[in-house]
Design a protein around this ligand. Structure first.
Ligand code: GLC
Length: 435
């Protein structure tokens, strides 16, 4: 059964709920954030130091696919090109590509193959921004923004040429690699804080309307995100947890939160601000309870490997997903109000109660008594006893007071199961009545 809110032509997307984002490019060499070129105002000439030394001898996308699978992920999204402009594939439209580095090969070919072989959906991230292309005009986030002669430099730059390059490269990506399931464009800033000194860039700069038409023609099944400054198939909150379902034009829309492991997307060697497995699992659950996906990022090293810290996190996530995946995959929100520190998700005739904090012995669920026939812990399928409390019962000494009529009372063991987040699976009598 498809989730409540889904992309009509690609229901797999909201069904899968969890994907892997991979930020990998030349910025893995400096290893201090994927925006390093802009942050440090590095010229194209100086940045060439990384191009000349890009030699990912341990690149094995089958390993990435294995890690993603083991973490319970169902799709992977890799940066074909990030803002630095470097291309991982053998583009006919530039020399600034992996084939001309010591890597000496097209790195997308084995990536796409590995994902397909593993049964994972194939996603591309593609940067609209390009700090290497000679026709991309200097704006407020460009590495040359503080040069004394920006106006003069911009006079010889022609965004029409860049737009053609952008469209041409997208055409290559969607023509030469078979079926691509997902596209994440990044990003537009037509106005606002990133367009103060110089004009920003949005749908006109990118030719977004024509670009989307071309994409739909080349890959009718593909889904496209919302950062082209025109509406997409899903929205992409970044590095925050939405407070509830996400809306656009007064109606609920599919959404996917993209999240980092440590605040940086590219490999960031000295950044220790790692999110715990516990926090990530709770973020995943919280998102599904609001009808959202989680796209969790890793930034492989310049040698092509997912580093040990990221690997350990994925392993921890996978341990939880192995036993609890059915409260996540194909699951969606409900209109029920959960008790404190809990989240509900629902899939078919099962309702899942995720307990972020472990209470003492009982959980009361108002209004559910008539709807639930059986309860168990999801991690080991051990029964959770349902107690029939008489609503008229008054609290006295060791006897708790009655709850409102229709309350379902679950009796939990004192010992919390030793899993990241315990889940109780409730078997519903009927599918229709609960939202
Ligand atoms: C951003 C950043 C970027 C990252 C992306 C992921 O907008 O520019 O570095 O790739 O979001 O969503």
């Amino acid at each position: 059964m498809p989730s409540q809110v889904h992309v009509d032509h690609a229901p797999w997307f909201t069904e899968s709920r969890l994907g892997m984002f991979v930020h990998w490019g030349l910025y893995a060499l400096p290893a201090r954030h994927e925006w390093v070129m802009s942050l440090e105002r590095t010229s194209v000439e100086d940045y060439a130091a990384y191009f000349e030394r890009f030699d990912p001898d341990l690149y094995e996308p089958r390993e990435w696919a294995r890690s993603a699978k083991a973490a319970g992920m169902e799709y992977v999204v890799l940066t074909t090109k990030h803002h630095e402009g470097f291309c991982l594939w053998d583009s006919a439209l530039t020399d600034y590509k992996a084939t001309n580095t010591p890597a000496g090969r097209d790195l997308l070919v084995p990536y796409v193959q590995a994902l397909r072989d593993a049964g994972l959906k194939v996603g591309f991230y593609h940067s609209l921004i390009d700090w290497h292309h000679p026709d991309f005009t200097i704006d407020d986030i460009h590495p040359l923004r503080d040069a004394p002669n920006v106006e003069e430099l911009n006079a010889s730059r022609d965004m029409n040429v860049y737009r053609e390059y952008l469209h041409g490269q997208v055409r290559e990506l969607l023509t030469n690699y078979g079926k691509i399931d997902y596209l994440f464009f990044d990003f537009s800033y037509p106005e606002g804080p990133l367009a103060v000194r110089y004009p920003g860039k949005g749908k006109d700069a990118w030719g977004s309307v024509e670009l989307v038409d071309m994409i739909r023609e080349l890959q009718p099944g593909i889904i496209i995100n919302d950062r082209l400054d025109v509406p997409g198939d899903f929205v992409t909150p970044e590095q925050y947890q939405p407070a509830g379902a996400m809306m656009s034009g007064g109606k609920e829309v599919p959404w996917e939160a993209c999240q980092t492991l440590n605040g940086s997307w590219g490999y960031d060697r000295d950044n220790m601000d790692y999110k715990s497995v516990d926090l990530l699992v709770r973020m995943l659950i919280d998102g599904v309870a609001k009808d959202g996906n989680l796209l969790l990022n890793v930034g492989p090293t310049a040698r092509g490997e997912i580093d040990p810290r990221a690997s350990a996190t994925l392993t921890g996530l996978g341990e939880w997903m192995r036993a609890h995946g059915r409260s996540i995959r194909g699951a969606h929100s409900t209109s029920l109000v959960p008790p404190a520190d809990c989240r509900f998700t629902r899939a078919g005739n099962r309702l899942y109660l995720h307990l972020f904090a472990w209470p003492l012995k009982v959980v009361h669920l108002p209004g559910l008594a008539e709807h639930v026939s059986y309860a168990q812990l999801l991690n080991d399928a051990s029964e959770i006893v349902i107690e029939k409390l008489d609503p008229a019962q008054v609290a006295i000494n060791t006897r708790p007071g009655g709850q409102p009529a229709g309350t379902l009372t679950l009796v939990l063991p004192v010992q919390r199961p030793n899993v990241t987040v315990p889940v109780i699976e409730l078997f519903l009598n009927d599918e229709s009545e609960l939202a």
